[in-house]
Design a protein around this ligand. Structure first.
Ligand SMILES: Nc1ncnc2c1ncn2[C@@H]1O[C@H](COP(=O)(O)OP(=O)(O)OP(=O)(O)O)[C@@H](O)[C@H]1O
Ligand SMILES: [Mg+2]
Length: 465
């Protein structure tokens, strides 16, 4: 838990104030104290603390609750903990009703104060983060789509045309990590950009069709009315309604149950949904994107996917090829992620990749596609402190094959848990022999050793043909 934060402490008891403040300071908080009611409100505004500890009985004329009320009236977001000296529940209840986040009864235990303070500050941090994420909607990476390969360029063009034509639905297929969600957001931005002039405020609702338990998926998708089933205590909108005016992304769509597929097809064709237990069809207006990494055509053949739904969706479809089939994108993506993470981790000197590292990146197979590339680059950025990412920063899975090519000017980095020097020697001599087609003179040259030494090595490791 992160400590630190600014705490404003108001109490007329000098001793309590001094002792509490001292102990909070020791824990790493900044404190500001006050023992009179004078000018409190202005001081709060001026110092904007993260938390206020406020006594209820300040002096003859001032009640802490009045100050609390003023704080709330003026809509200051600072959380307030009331300090009471009587343990009658009455004033505590009053304080909570007025909007205090908590209260402490004097004489209080200092450990209790620490716990209460830490929890509240942690909570407000989380709240801020959520608010921030909600406001920005997309993370910086996801707003920008990188696609320089001919394959990607034609995909982007196609998606743009579909979006401008307001096709209403889009099917995106591709292996995991190829950027289906990124592409869905791209479609969303273009689709709604012109209508609202502000794509950020049109809803983009994403739902993972496999993450939901079977008994919940239906009510999650279509919503329900109160009393539709035992747990349905209130009315609830389904995702189609929530996405009204925006876009609905149904992720992992290929794994949807057959009976749900039929219902979905009807929704797609009528553009209406009926809530579970509902009596009327509700019209909605949203672009619907289905994304999947299963091959739908095959699923149709084995009877796991409805043929009519497949053809309906396949009218407007794009397939994202795996990264290994569009290696032209790799340098651009790598640089894009490097810039992004260099900024995030304050590595302002970090500019790019050594030629060897760049080559290794394009030669890797990337089974996890762009997501894997992104993770690898993030790790490199964290580990690097110079201006280039070199072979030594890349994970061994990527560099293993080119270890020998790096003979000149490069070091072999000793793995964390060590290695067998003998094995390494054997491996290198073997590689040299293979490459030299078992010509010992050539092999010796590759390893920069004499013919005799090589002969000795070959014998030692039993590497002759
Ligand atoms: N063209 C791109 N440009 C920039 N970043 C991309 C691109 N494609 C994917 N990414 C990044 O790669 C990661 C994975 O992308 P995304 O989540 O869209 O993949 P996905 O196909 O939906 O994967 P899954 O099938 O596992 O859900 C994300 O962090 C995303 O930002
Ligand atoms: Mg996805």
């Amino acid at each position: 838990m992160k400590t630190g934060g600014r705490i404003f402490l108001v109490d007329d008891d000098e001793l309590i104030v001094t002792m509490t403040a001292r102990s909070l300071k020791k824990k790493g908080y900044e404190t500001q104290v006050q023992t009179s009611a004078k000018d409190i409100f202005n001081k709060i505004v001026a110092w904007h603390p993260d938390l206020i500890l406020l006594d209820i009985h300040l002096d003859e004329n001032t009640n802490g609750l009045d100050i609390l009320a003023e704080i709330k009236r003026e809509k200051l977001a600072t959380p307030v903990v009331m300090l009471t000296s009587d343990d009658s529940a009455e004033s505590a209840i009053k304080a909570m009703k007025l909007g205090a986040v908590d209260y402490l009864t004097k004489p209080f235990n200092i450990d209790e104060v620490h716990i209460v303070v830490a929890n509240i500050l942690e909570n407000s941090r989380l709240k801020d983060e959520v608010e921030y994420l909600r406001k920005t909607g997309l993370s910086c990476v996801e707003t920008q789509i990188v696609g320089e390969s001919p394959a990607m360029k034609s995909i982007l063009q196609k998606v743009e045309m579909f979006a401008k034509a307001k096709t209403g639905s889009l099917l995106i297929t591709g292996e995991s990590g190829t950027g289906k969600e990124v592409l869905a957001r791209y479609f969303h931005t273009i689709y709604h950009g012109e209508i609202s002039n502000d794509a950020e405020y049109t809803p983009f609702i994403a739902i993972n069709c496999t993450a939901l338990p079977e008994n919940l998926i239906e009510s999650e998708l279509f919503g329900h009315t109160r009393g539709a089933f035992t747990d349905a205590k209130t009315d609830k909108k389904g995702v189609f309604e929530l996405a009204d005016g925006g876009t609905l992304l149904l992720d992992e769509f290929g794994d949807m149950r057959l009976d749900m597929q039929s219902k979905f097809l009807r929704v797609l064709e009528t553009r209406t949904v009926r809530r579970l237990g509902g009596k009327i069809d509700l019209h909605f207006n949203a672009a619907i994107i289905a994304a999947t990494n299963t091959e739908l055509k095959k699923a149709v053949e084995v009877g796991e996917f409805r043929e009519d739904l497949f053809y309906r969706l396949n009218t407007f479809a794009v397939h994202l090829p795996p990264l290994r089939d569009r290696i032209e994108d790799i340098p651009y993506l790598a640089q894009h992620f490097l810039d992004f993470f260099a900024h995030q981790y304050f590595k302002k000197d970090l500019k790019g990749f050594s030629p060897e590292a760049a080559k290794a990146l394009t030669q890797a197979r990337w089974p996890g596609n762009i997501r894997e590339l992104r993770n690898v680059i993030e790790r490199c950025v964290v580990l690097q402190s110079g201006d280039l990412i070199t072979m030594e920063h890349l994970p061994v899975e990527l560099t293993g094959t080119t270890l020998v090519e790096r003979r000149k000017n490069t070091q072999i980095i000793l793995p964390e848990n060590g290695l067998s020097l003998d094995e390494l020697e054997k491996d290198l001599v073997h590689q040299a022999m293979v490459r030299a087609n078992y010509n010992k003179t050539k092999a010796a040259k590759l390893l920069n050793i004499t013919y005799d030494t090589l002969r000795y090595q070959v014998k030692k490791h039993d590497l002759d043909r």
